[in-house]
Design a protein around this ligand. Structure first.
Ligand code: IMP
Ligand code: MG
Length: 179
């Protein structure tokens, strides 16, 4: 294991098994509908790439990048769109894909923003949910794993842009981000 890690929380095999189950549910829910999967850059990229490949319905994909002011381990709720969607979402069923929901502030903002654009529906799919830290309620339609209040990295999640490429999810050692 990488020396910066406290523990491996979710193995690559567990993630891949969960992705398959989530993809089956999403395929069943959206069959016959005009589905647009929207990934939140950059954290959701690895999860989304695996997820859409496991769907057995047609799907379009797009990305949105937001910046949330705050420290590197905590978001402030002041969200700004840095890269918007390339296409109109009018009449489409939008599924926002996120790596982890923490305070919920980022998603709350995004869901409300996308809902103003006349989508047929806007729902949320997250790989990880950290409910202990929620500040605002977000309706999550698809959740992979409920995780404890620890700082996690890997499988898209970063600390200062590091560790995103790891195929597993790890608990980062406190001394790495508190020093
Ligand atoms: P929220 O607005 O507080 O829900 O923040 C969500 C965003 O914060 C996620 O998309 C992640 O980019 C980041 N984040 C929250 N918790 C963690 C974590 O444990 N590790 C890495 N990034 C995190
Ligand atoms: Mg991040």
């Amino acid at each position: 294991m990488h020396p910066d890690m406290e523990q491996c929380l979710i193995s690559a095999g567990e993630i891949q098994a969960k992705v398959k189950v989530m993809a089956q549910r999403i395929s069943a829910d959206y069959r016959g509908k005009n589905l647009l999967v929207v990934g939140i850059l950059k954290g959701a990229v690895l999860f989304m790439a695996d997820l859409v490949r496991a769907l057995d319905i047609p799907v379009c994909i797009d990305f949105i990048a937001v910046s949330s002011y705050g420290s590197s381990t905590e978001s402030s709720g002041v969200v700004r769109i840095m890269k918007d969607l390339d296409q109109s979402i009018e009449g489409k069923h939008v599924l926002i894909v996120e790596d982890i929901i923490d305070t919920g502030l980022t998603l709350k903002y995004l869901v409300e923003n996308l809902e103003t654009r006349q989508a047929a529906s806007v729902e949320v799919c997250t790989l990880l949910d950290k409910p202990d830290r929620r500040k605002i309620k977000v309706d999550v339609k698809f959740n992979g794993f409920t995780v404890p209040d620890e700082f996690l990295v890997g499988y898209g999640l970063d600390y200062n842009e590091r560790y995103r490429h790891l195929p597993e999810v790890y608990v980062l050692k406190k001394e790495v981000y508190s020093s």
